[in-house]
Design a binder for this molecule. Structure first.
Ligand code: TIU
Length: 223
């Protein structure tokens, strides 16, 4: 019917009922995208992620126009770190760890300047914002219940980083019965090879985790 959109996608076309589909934008926060944040503290060059912002903006605006529900996530811990396992805090070989004071405030802490979603992609009224302590957005959050209340069955994924928080969330969603599509040019990694591998492994074996498509393919389906 006219309410179901069909996008050209890999490994085969992705049909999604508009009213039951949500765009999930993972962790487009200053911590990962700007210098002085968590991503750079881990030793990464953040420029490829900064370059992604206009692409995600185009997808976001297209989905808003089409009336698709929007969920934004942030990787965020409570100021007392009660939701940050020591194993997570101690990982990596950076001087600057989760909870430490950095140039944009305390690293990966809710409410700090660095934890904000970048201005270009700021949530608007009616959009859902999820603070998540893990890499996956379903772990220790209310996301399952929120999507259940909305009647959501299909998810479009964007954001960073492809093989860490995006892929983890997509696998969590797949196991929960959602039909999932990763938007190829609306996600980025600090490691180009990892991004490519993620796209390949998600859509392999007849979409074992889900589909992939470009922004143009998704937006064309919503025309
Ligand atoms: N380091 C890295 O690639 N990613 C993260 O730590 N979090 C997210 O992917 N959001």
């Amino acid at each position: 019917d006219s309410l179901t959109a069909v996008a050209t996608a890999q490994p085969y076309p992705f049909a999604f009922p508009r009213g039951r589909t949500a765009l999930v934008i993972i962790d487009m926060q200053r911590d990962f995208v700007e210098a002085g944040g968590f991503g750079e503290a881990l030793g990464n060059d953040v420029r490829p992620l900064a370059d992604l912002v206009p692409n995600v903006k185009r997808l976001l605006e297209g989905c808003r126009t089409a009336g698709i529900a929007v969920v934004h996530t942030r990787e965020a811990h409570k100021p007392d770190l009660s939701d940050c396992p020591p194993a997570k805090r101690l990982r990596g070989n950076s001087d600057l760890r989760i909870g430490d004071e950095g140039p944009m405030g305390r690293i990966l802490i809710a409410g700090e300047p660095g934890n904000a979603i970048v201005d270009e992609l700021a949530p608007i009224a009616g959009e859902i914002v999820i603070d998540k302590p893990g890499k996956g957005a379903f772990y220790a959050t209310g996301l399952s219940e929120i999507l259940g209340r909305l009647g959501t069955t299909h998810l479009l994924f964007a954001g960073v980083t492809t093989e860490v928080c995006v892929q983890t969330t997509m696998r969590e969603a797949n196991d929960r019965g959602f039909e999932c599509l990763l938007v190829e040019d609306a996600t980025e990694s600090y490691f180009p090879a990892f991004k490519q591998s993620t796209l390949d492994m998600i859509r392999a074996q007849g979409a074992i985790v889900g589909w992939t498509a470009t922004i143009d393919e998704v937006l064309a389906a919503l025309q």
